[in-house]
Design a protein around this ligand. Structure first.
Ligand SMILES: Cc1cc2nc3c(=O)[nH]c(=O)nc-3n(C[C@H](O)[C@H](O)[C@H](O)COP(=O)(O)OP(=O)(O)OC[C@H]3O[C@@H](n4cnc5c(N)ncnc54)[C@H](O)[C@@H]3O)c2cc1C
Length: 474
């Protein structure tokens, strides 16, 4: 598609324009610069880092040195199979292969090259068949963003904030040749700022994240996801750049696969802190019950889609329960969750039943049954993995959380190949156009596993940067 709006004169020129300053954009910037290209990084908001900086900073990687030291047997093939299973086989195999094969090396790059520090632990998140999730020292993606920014600075690059990508420009040879931006933009008003044309001599890399807070776009794909359903994402996670990529002919994939987080609580806004308790303690060491029946209803360590769909089917917030021993075994602290009131403390099972109006007899029976499964190391009802250090749920005080899913991740986006080139409607690479991170689709299929987004962004951000830098200049 030839764009009618090519300027007579460009305001600025660079080899590569990167749009977005999250994990994917910054990883791409480092690679392009290291390969000797000039780079301009654009960011529509006044702060850097997008969702990346508010993420939990948990990154998955298979067959790492840390796993080997802990005698955890894993392989990229094993991780590939887990991702395909959760994705219901809708994942693009070549993309999953590229991600899983590079996961260990990329994780090590964050340590050796970027200097990211991690907690001395490996966790097993829902849908992963072994422990392979590593958490940054401050339990936040900001620890990775800070180190990426440091490298970006060291390499002499600067991020242009409040610059909004409005139009991607295509020349008469069907090559992406630059962008029209609004410089001085004030979110969300696309008429603010000054129009500027920036030429990309080699490529444009789109790293603009997902669209979890774009109510119009998400309800066009899944009408259930109205403004009534909360989101864990930054308010600015909207899909203008994705729509622009589709306008110029990028192939969309999986736009209606939108992930809800089963560990979210209706008792706080956005992502909050309840997921710290649910993901690390209640799900792996405790149980989740339907308050109407007092029964468990799903494998608490199944993938996010299975758990969220199961909670939605119950039709009201469900209750996650753990005890003092679960907290000890997890190695996590929950004072912050108790202070905020999102997690409640109880001395007796009947107090839990009274507070949440759960039938006491069935709740007691459910806990006894679960404790038998822990003792025999096998969950006959839901086949939930019983962790090696898990103990029966009988050591007061007990801790509970109400759980109701929130929109968390958009699996869909533009289709790329394993060189991170954006494909057009004829499934051919669009010349000079690359994408990485949550703006792309097809990698996670129907369901992204926890901790697989950060590794996705870093692996494909780096790939996009390297291949874009190898293009001929125009
Ligand atoms: C609360 C929370 C916790 C999470 N925790 C984890 C975790 O522990 N592990 C994990 O693997 N994943 C996690 N995720 C998911 C993961 O953080 C995201 O998928 C990932 O950060 C996306 O990175 P990105 O670089 O693609 O996009 P982002 O980090 O969102 O960056 C995109 C940037 O592009 C900018 N932008 C968008 N449109 C334009 C435009 N038109 N012009 C200019 N700039 C634009 C945005 O403002 C934004 O700054 C979490 C997500 C959330 C919300």
């Amino acid at each position: 598609m030839v764009d009618k709006k090519l300027p007579q004169k460009w305001d600025e020129k660079a080899d590569i324009i990167i749009v977005g300053s999250g994990f994917a954009g910054l990883a791409a910037a480092i690679e392009t610069k290291e390969a000797g290209s000039s780079v301009i990084i654009l960011e529509k908001m006044k702060g850097y880092g997008g969702n990346s900086t508010i993420s939990d900073g948990v990154i998955a990687a298979a067959a790492t040195k840390i796993q080997a030291d802990l005698e955890i047997t894993d392989s990229s093939q094993h991780m590939y199979e887990d991702m395909l299973k959760a994705g219901l086989g809708l994942n693009q195999p070549e993309l999953v292969q590229a991600l899983t094969e590079r996961s260990s090396e990329t994780f090590q790059w964050t340590i050796d090259f970027l200097g990211v520090k991690y907690l001395n632990r490996v966790d097993q998140f829902g849908g992963h068949s072994v422990p392979r999730s590593y958490t940054t020292y401050n339990r936040s993606g900001s620890a990775i963003i800070k180190q990426l920014l440091q490298k970006v600075n060291d390499l002499g690059m600067r991020i242009r904030t409040k610059v909004f990508l409005q139009t991607i420009l295509v020349d008469s040879k069907e090559r992406i040749c630059g962008v029209l931006v609004r410089d001085g933009y004030e979110y969300p008003d696309a008429t603010t700022g000054i129009a500027k044309y920036i030429k990309a001599r080699k490529a444009v890399i789109l790293a603009t994240g997902g669209f979890a807070n774009d109510i119009e776009l998400r309800t066009s794909q899944d009408p259930r996801l109205t403004s009534e359903i909360g989101s864990t994402n930054k308010y600015s996670t909207t899909g203008e750049a994705l729509r622009e990529a589709l306008r110029i002919g990028a192939m969309p994939v999986h736009l209606s696969w939108i992930q809800l987080g089963p560990w979210a609580s209706p008792d706080e806004k956005a992502y909050g802190i309840g997921p710290d308790f649910a993901s690390y303690i209640a799900f792996p060491y405790g149980i989740m019950v339907n308050p109407k029946t007092g029964n468990r209803f799903v494998n608490e360590l199944a993938d996010r889609k299975i758990r969220s769909d199961a909670i939605l089917l119950v039709g009201q917030p469900c209750i996650g329960i753990a005890d003092e021993e679960g907290i000890r075994a997890s190695g996590h602290r929950i004072e912050h969750c108790l202070r905020k009131g999102v997690v409640k403390k109880f001395n007796q099972i009947h107090e839990i039943a009274d507070y949440y109006q759960i039938p006491i007899h069935s709740l007691k029976k459910t806990i006894e049954q679960f404790n038998d499964y822990v003792d025999q190391r096998f969950d006959e009802d839901f086949n939930k993995p019983i962790l090696s250090n898990a103990k029966p749920l009988r050591y007061p005080p007990f801790f509970c959380i109400r759980l109701w899913p929130k929109v968390h991740h958009t699996m869909g986006g533009v289709l790329i190949n394993s060189k991170a080139q954006v494909l057009n409607l004829s499934l051919q690479p669009m010349k000079g156009f690359y994408a990485a991170g949550e703006v792309t689709g097809g990698i996670h299929g129907a369901c992204r596993l926890g901790s697989c987004a950060i590794i996705d962004c870093l692996v494909f951000g780096r790939i996009a940067g390297r291949y874009a830098a190898s293009n001929q200049k125009i």
